[in-house]
Design a protein around this ligand. Sequence first.
Ligand SMILES: NC(=O)C1=CN([C@@H]2O[C@H](COP(=O)(O)OP(=O)(O)OC[C@H]3O[C@@H](n4cnc5c(N)ncnc54)[C@H](OP(=O)(O)O)[C@@H]3O)[C@@H](O)[C@H]2O)C=CC1
Ligand SMILES: Nc1nc(=O)c2c([nH]1)NC[C@@H]1CN(c3ccc(C(=O)N[C@@H](CCC(=O)O)C(=O)O)cc3)C=[N+]21
Length: 286
Amino acid sequence: MSKTAEVINGKDLSHELKMEMKQEVAQLEKEGIVPHLTVVLVGEDPASKSYVSGKQKACTETGMSSDLIKLDETVTEEELLKLIDKLNHDNHVHGILVQLPLPKHIAEQKVIEAIDPSKDVDGFHPVSIGRMMIGEDTFLPCTPYGIITMLKSKNIEISGKHAVIVGRSNIVGKPVGQLLLNENATVTYCHSRTKNLREFTKSADILVVAVGKPHVINGEDVKEGAVVIDVGVNRIEDGSLTGDVDFDSAKEKASYITPVPKGVGPMTITMLLKNTIKAAKELNRK
Ligand SMILES: NC(=O)C1=CN([C@@H]2O[C@H](COP(=O)(O)OP(=O)(O)OC[C@H]3O[C@@H](n4cnc5c(N)ncnc54)[C@H](OP(=O)(O)O)[C@@H]3O)[C@@H](O)[C@H]2O)C=CC1
Ligand SMILES: Nc1nc(=O)c2c([nH]1)NC[C@@H]1CN(c3ccc(C(=O)N[C@@H](CCC(=O)O)C(=O)O)cc3)C=[N+]21
């Protein structure tokens, strides 16, 4: 009989990291630097609003400053690009985050590419992604960065392990695979066209699930002793949040597992703060 998995609590780890960052921010303040994040929110999507308020609350907790620019759903692409240009040139702003998704009439990629890479605290700009691919110092995308930080917090060996990523989005699946590759994992990507998904997931030492569908993975899909990282944040009928992994069955097989909520989500916000501090330090070094 195997024992159940150890839960990696992203909320607790986030709290620890935020306490460390708070000290660093206090030190920077003595040097006259207050790291500042500007968040741009277009429209009234309730989920986006809730994520954005989480980001602002976390800034306050660590002594950083932030502001929120709310734009109407009907804002034009041109107006949004103009705002980004203004923020790029505002020395008081260290990090710029445009909350995704954007309304359909705005080309998301164009907006991402308009952000000055030195303020790209989301790590979504092609320059940041390119630097990450070749292993240069850069802003790492927050969710993948949070996942690697969670693995390292438990001293989980990555080198030589088979990492299987389910999902290949530009913001989660693809970059988390790249970061695991940078840590010398052997990486397999699965997606909606993958045949025999379970054959792959069952061979994973580290299984990362970022699909956006409740419980697409359960204990039967998991190898005994695997590390299971659940990125999915799905709101279900009763209003509660659930992951892409059936936690109860998967935890009987896994050695480590992340819950939803209190798993990867809080870490995403914490890494955003880390990137904003990095941006502030680098801007002031120039
Ligand atoms: N915790 C956090 O901080 C964050 C959580 N999320 C959450 O993570 C989840 C994924 O987000 P995101 O990457 O943006 O989502 P996307 O919708 O952009 O990507 C989903 C991926 O899953 C694949 N997929 C869909 N259905 C299946 C299936 N049945 N089997 C295998 N693969 C499948 C798709 O394949 P294909 O490419 O072929 O279409 C695609 O690559 C969502 O629940 C989102 O809310 C996202 C960002 C941050
Ligand atoms: N430009 C941009 N950058 C992003 O990083 C970004 C984005 N757009 N669009 C949406 C996704 C999603 N995302 C989450 C962040 C925190 C939680 C989080 O903290 N979740 C809590 C629960 C929060 C709740 O209760 O609602 C948890 O899992 O415990 C979840 C999801 C960031 N995203």
